[in-house]
Design a protein. Structure first.
Length: 420
């Protein structure tokens, strides 16, 4: 009897959790991803701001699965799904047959119908994105040091972050610290402390998903770092010269877009019902309606736990769904009884706001300030997938905390200066 074949698309938190939970399953597993690594996205902003190097938060997928004899890693890009023929279709035309399929393709940023803005914005979803932002940030200071034009210097040293969610807040706070502490004494002609960091949020609060007084604390902490927080105003234009915010033109060399996400096109591949953000609507066992052998998890799935509000696009959701689907498939293969519906355990949400300050919501109680930062640091260290990453990040964080230094500030290549 042939062993069933389980294909997993996406090596993020959900996909990797699924693969690893199937370690002892009597099945052949194929993990497909466009890259060759598993990325710890919650710390991606620290690569973008020169605090960490890419290898500190990413590990080759083959390394993570090399002790799992039933798993094969395939670096390839998916173009579609043949549901009738039960095959994944790759961009190069190859077909990967499956008995069970797990889609964990994640999400991309949404420009709310203004896709032309993407040409003039940076986003933060991959290592390439983080390195592009790091290059742009560091190059802006280098170019400003050489400029004779005060207006150009002002534009080069203006950094706009659009979106007041965790990524936007963490980026804004860290860029402010980079300019005001790390780079403060490194230049002779310019004053890095004069850099403008503008955080734009169309809502009335940053980190609006957090309860009680935590968003207000976050806004105050950002202001103390010198971040100009603009609330209740929507961006109406992004172009080569900067942005237009509430009718005001803001000249900026660097615009980072962190506002809103949309799921990867899995729903289109399947012809399945989707939520407003394009995420596949799934059943209580994370399967796709009408396709009991196909599952969607993480950011690409819209899972309603019965509250009328889908689960948020957070790493713990993807990891728990991945582990659940893996156990469900293992039980199905061995013929064990039905698996109960997926239930998400909310272990809390956190966001860091620069050096030594964070907020954390654990449902029954909240933390803010230094205690929240300590908890945030410990949790993120433990969530890193291997000991080497934990050790490197701990050493870098410790050095940065005591010295305000950042060890990943190299620019390479003749084209290091950003151009429009």
């Amino acid at each position: 009897m042939m062993r069933p074949k389980i294909v997993i698309v996406g090596a993020g938190f959900g996909g990797m959790a699924t693969a690893r939970s199937l370690k002892r399953a009597e099945a052949d597993i194929v993990l497909i991803d466009r890259t060759n690594h598993h990325l710890f996205q919650p710390l991606l902003y620290q690569v973008a701001t020169a605090a960490l190097s890419p290898a500190d938060i990413a590990t080759a997928s083959r390394v993570l699965l090399r002790g799992q004899n039933n798993a094969t890693v395939l670096m390839a890009e998916v173009a579609g799904i043949d549901t009738a023929g039960k095959a994944v279709v790759l961009v190069d035309g190859r077909r990967i047959a499956f008995d069970y399929l797990v889609l964990a393709t994640g999400a991309a940023y949404s420009f709310f119908g203004h896709d032309d803005w993407a040409e003039h914005s940076q986003v933060l979803k991959s290592l390439d994105d983080a390195l592009d932002i790091r290059k742009r940030l560091l190059s802006a200071f280098e170019r400003a040091e050489q400029s004779e034009d005060p207006d150009e210097v002002k534009r080069l040293l203006t950094f706009v972050i659009v979106g007041g969610g965790p990524t936007g807040v963490e980026l804004a706070g860290t860029i402010a610290e980079l300019a005001r502490s790390t780079l403060a004494r490194d230049f002779r002609r310019i004053d890095p402390q004069s850099a403008r960091i503008i955080l734009c949020e169309a809502g009335q609060n940053v980190l609006g998903a957090f309860p009680k007084d935590l968003p207000a604390y976050a806004a105050e902490a950002l202001a103390s770092l010198g971040v100009d927080v603009r609330l209740g105003q929507a961006v109406s234009l992004v172009d080569a010269d900067g942005i237009v915010l509430g009718g005001e033109r803001i000249g900026a060399q660097t615009v980072v877009w962190c506002a809103g996400t949309q799921a990867r096109p899995a729903a289109q591949w399947l012809g399945a019902a989707s939520a407003r953000n394009g995420a596949v609507k799934v059943l209580p066992d994370c399967s796709v309606p009408g396709h009991p052998c196909i599952f969607a998890i993480g950011d690409v799935a819209s899972f309603d736990p019965g509250t009328g509000n889908p689960l948020p696009g957070l790493a713990p959701v993807a990891k728990q769904q991945g582990a659940y689907v893996g156990k469900l498939l293992a039980a199905t293969i061995t013929g064990r009884g039905p698996t109960p519906p997926f239930r998400y355990r909310n272990l809390g949400t956190m966001a860091v706001i620069g050096r030594s300050r964070a907020i954390a919501d654990f449902g029954k109680f909240q933390l803010k300030g230094f205690p929240a930062w300590v908890v945030w640091s410990m949790v993120h260290l433990m969530l890193l997938v291997d000991f080497r990453s934990r050790l490197l990040v701990y050493v870098n964080w410790s050095w940065a905390w005591f010295t305000y230094g950042r060890g990943a500030r190299l620019l390479t290549g003749q084209d290091s200066a950003p151009t429009e």
